[in-house]
Design a protein around this ligand. Structure first.
Ligand code: TXA
Ligand code: MG
Length: 351
């Protein structure tokens, strides 16, 4: 039976002790909730893949609570001097925080954590509850986002309970996640540094410290490129995406939902769509005030909510593409692709 724990010290101790014993504990982080397990316990790692129904070729992120923990994970000899310098600068500037770095791994890091790759993903989260749980447990906690594979990431304990509640031991409720999109993933283990996933740390901030970075092209996504599978973050309804400010009133069908970037965009839309009655449509906005931080924090909660309300389709406009907009649009693309995959699957079942 799964139990929801509070974020108070006695409950954090229960969570940490469960992790030490190889149990699965969902923990709050500043980005999304993670499904935690001791990174050095192979049975616990296998249980993470089973609970998420995640293919074992998609590796996990190992979470740490102090820089010294890198010594148990990273093969510094395999890191070029340039990459060692990038690691030093990025960890100084952005850790703890929403940045994951891919680094050459020590042989002692279980292959299950890295799906057999020679590299390990490491993140030092900023969330005080996550840090306390990691520090009190084993200091190295593998944690993918706490959603079943292919579904929306959770930004509240309730999202985790609804999606994985029957398959895990504990959820630590730390309230809503303040950042709301997953960490930015920076690869320092291949021949040149590149961003594998845009996320909660925006590219401009990273580039200000590290210099210009390549961003892995979304069009080159293959199932064997970790983390790049398109079938992620699915709401069940088909998602139709528009450029920012270009949501098309003529495309709407009864029973469909509208998702706007800001309150201002919504108002501007109803002026253009003067033949439609706003009261007839299920409508959400990501931000009241054109704030990227507010929009990122709201994104998954709004998609979860729309998923529960089960509209016939969702018409969404993209975020303005600067700053965190890059990460938000990446999640919207993935939601659209995932909705297509689900639609194809259910079409196949009908035959
Ligand atoms: O914000 C986050 O990063 C959240 C919280 C819980 O920390 N975690 C998260 O984990 O998003 P997950 O498993 O949903 O995404 C991890 C991503 C995956 O896309 C995975 O393929 C990639 O990181 N990844 C992990 N190890 C890798 C490696 N060695 N090489 C390349 N990509 C890797
Ligand atoms: Mg995930």
């Amino acid at each position: 039976m799964m139990k929801i724990l509070s974020d108070q010290e006695q409950d954090i101790e229960i969570a940490a002790s469960a992790l030490r014993k190889g149990k699965l504990v969902a923990i709050p982080t500043e980005t999304v909730y993670g499904l935690g397990a001791d990174a050095f316990n192979e049975d616990a790692l296998a249980a993470v893949f089973a609970a998420k129904r995640r293919p074992s070729f998609d590796p996990l992120i190992v979470h740490i609570a102090e820089l010294a923990a890198l010594d148990r994970l990273v093969d510094y000899d395999a890191l070029s001097p340039q990459d060692a310098e990038l690691l030093r600068r990025a960890s100084e500037a952005f850790w703890p925080g929403p940045l994951t770095m891919i680094l050459p791994k020590l042989p002692s890091v279980p292959d299950l954590a890295t799906s057999g790759l020679p590299s390990v993903a490491v993140r030092f989260p900023a969330h005080p509850v996550a840090r306390r749980i990691i520090a009190l447990s084993t200091g190295a906690i593998a944690a993918p986002s706490a959603n079943p594979f292919g579904y929306l990431s959770p930004t509240s304990a309730q999202h985790v309970a609804a999606q994985l509640g029957d398959r895990i031991d504990y959820i630590v409720d730390g309230g809503p996640c303040p950042v709301g999109v997953e960490s930015t993933v920076l690869d320092l283990a291949s021949d040149h540094p590149r961003i594998l996933r845009p996320g909660g740390l925006d590219r401009a901030a990273l580039e200000a410290v590290l210099g210009p970075l390549e961003v892995l092209d979304r069009s080159s996504e293959r199932p064997n490129a970790p983390g790049q599978m398109k079938s992620h973050y699915a709401p069940r309804a088909p998602l139709y995406l528009y450029e920012h400010g270009a949501l098309d009133p003529a495309a709407l069908q009864p029973g469909q939902a509208l998702l706007f970037w800001s309150r201002e965009d919504e108002q501007e839309f109803w002026q253009r769509a003067s033949s439609l009655n706003p009261a007839d449509w299920l409508t959400r906005v990501l931000t009241q005030t054109d704030s990227q931080i507010e929009a990122a924090a709201a994104l998954f909660a709004v998609l979860h909510e729309l998923d529960l309300l089960a509209p016939a389709g969702i018409h969404a406009e993209k975020a303005p593409s600067t700053g965190l907009g890059e990460a938000i649009n990446d999640r919207l693309y993935k939601a659209r692709a995932a909705a297509r995959v689900l639609a194809e699957d259910s079409a196949k079942k009908l035959i």
